[in-house]
Design a protein around this ligand. Structure first.
Ligand code: SAM
Ligand code: SF4
Length: 386
């Protein structure tokens, strides 16, 4: 077994159903309608993980993320079957971070204890806003009271929780964004993900833009104001949208942002596995029913493709430059197997322009580079060197 085989790996498990589809959401999530075939889906996930492990090898799992969709719709009995099946197939690190995404506003708060009994040690709660009018405009099924209740319940069971909050919402004023940031800080969460609402193609908001969206300048100002409130409250801004109390950075996401390997199982899930032949990307079939049909018929529901060497500079920078501390320069060679010369000229040019820091040991944006992040990343596209 080579050294790459025993490096820890992260595991992402996708749950593709929600109570209702939100009008802004372009994730692979579907209204649950008359119900999901939970047992069938869990059986498919376990077959899927067998296929994934055949590719990755039995590497120790350093983090698991149950994302969606709304994985907290899963029954505790179903979750227990799934966790037992995963543990049979892969060795878990003793201190593995195990996160489950949970939506306020359904009855699943009562299940938090059951998830924790089966290994969950971190919840990520989709609060979005603490303002009832904003929540209504977002088509959410919960209100402020239920959001606060979900946080309180989660904190009774684990001491590590993330809240997803969005800003630049329809009808939101600066005061509204400030109020949401202050409430998030006061909630006791150890990690906050603050996203600017984006209008994604294919969503209901894209077809019909909601009234009262803040303009770009106001949205940017809201982002800066939120960041300063969170910083004053002791949250480290360590990634574009990520803020953590010291010692509470999300290990699962840090693995993505440091270009680590991960297994992705479930409908539409993506994976990245370093093999002897190169870096392999995997993508599962997105439609939940077709995904389950494939698994039931013994078909492997994934497309596989090797990342071309010429795509690696951009793919690598797309991840690592999101980190406000950046990464050591040595990570490039370690993660890609390619020499620094491949990116050296572009790195030097960006350092000269003040967009990357001049520190020879690190790849990291300057504050100016962070403002132009996508432009900086695009400079690493194969046809756009220098
Ligand atoms: C995978 S989603 C699902 C989490 C969970 N189901 C929920 O909605 O509560 C993760 C997060 O992405 C964010 N998100 C989804 N669509 C977005 C959009 N169009 N713009 C900005 N953030 C978005 C939301 O904050 C959401 O909680
Ligand atoms: S935002 Fe969350 S709850 Fe809403 S549709 Fe997307 S995944 Fe489901």
């Amino acid at each position: 077994m080579s050294a790459a085989d025993v490096k820890p790996i992260a595991l992402y498990v996708h749950w593709p159903w929600c109570v209702r589809k939100c009008p802004y959401c372009d994730f692979n999530s579907h209204a649950i309608g008359s119900g999901a075939d939970e047992a069938g889906y869990i059986r498919a996930l376990l077959k899927d993980i067998d296929a994934a492990v055949a590719l990755s090898g039995r590497r120790p799992v350093s983090s698991v993320f149950f994302g969606g969709g709304t994985p907290s719709l899963m029954s505790v009995a179903g979750f227990e079957t799934l966790m037992n099946g995963l543990r049979e197939r892969l060795p878990f690190a003793e201190d593995a971070e195990i996160t489950l995404e949970a939506n306020p506003g359904t009855h699943e708060a009562a299940r938090f204890a059951g998830y924790v009994a089966n290994g969950v040690n971190r919840f990520s709660i989709g609060v979005q806003s603490f303002n009832d009018e904003r929540l209504k405009a977002l088509g959410r099924i919960h209100d402020r009271r239920q959001a606060l209740q979900a946080v309180e319940t989660a904190l009774k069971h684990v001491d590590n929780i993330n809240l997803d909050v969005m800003y630049a919402l329809p009808g939101q004023s600066m005061d509204g964004a400030v109020e949401d940031a202050r409430t998030a800080v006061a909630s006791g969460a150890t990690h906050l993900s603050f996203y600017e609402l984006t209008i994604e193609e294919g969503t209901a908001f894209y077809k019909r833009e909601p009234a009262g969206l803040p303009d770009n300048d106001t949205a940017a100002e809201m982002g800066e104001t939120v960041a300063s409130i969170l910083a004053q409250a002791g949250f480290e801004h360590y990634e574009v949208s990520g803020y953590a109390k010291p010692g509470h950075r999300c290990r699962h996401n840090l693995n993505y942002w440091t270009f680590g390997d991960y297994i992705g199982v479930g409908a539409g899930a993506h994976g990245k596995i370093t093999t002897k032949g190169g870096i392999l990307r995997t993508e599962r079939r997105a439609n939940p029913q077709l995904y389950m049909d494939d698994a039931a018929n013994g078909r492997f529901a994934a497309q596989l493709s090797f990342v071309l060497a010429e795509s690696l500079p951009f793919e690598f920078m797309l991840n690592v430059l999101r980190l406000y501390d950046g990464v050591p320069v040595s990570l490039w060679e370690e993660a890609t197997g390619l020499s620094f010369d491949v990116i050296g000229k572009t790195v030097d040019a960006l350092r000269g322009e003040g967009l990357l820091a001049k520190d020879p040991q690190r790849l990291v944006c300057t504050p100016l580079g962070r403002n132009w992040l996508s432009t900086v990343q695009e400079r690493f596209l194969a046809d756009n060197e220098l």
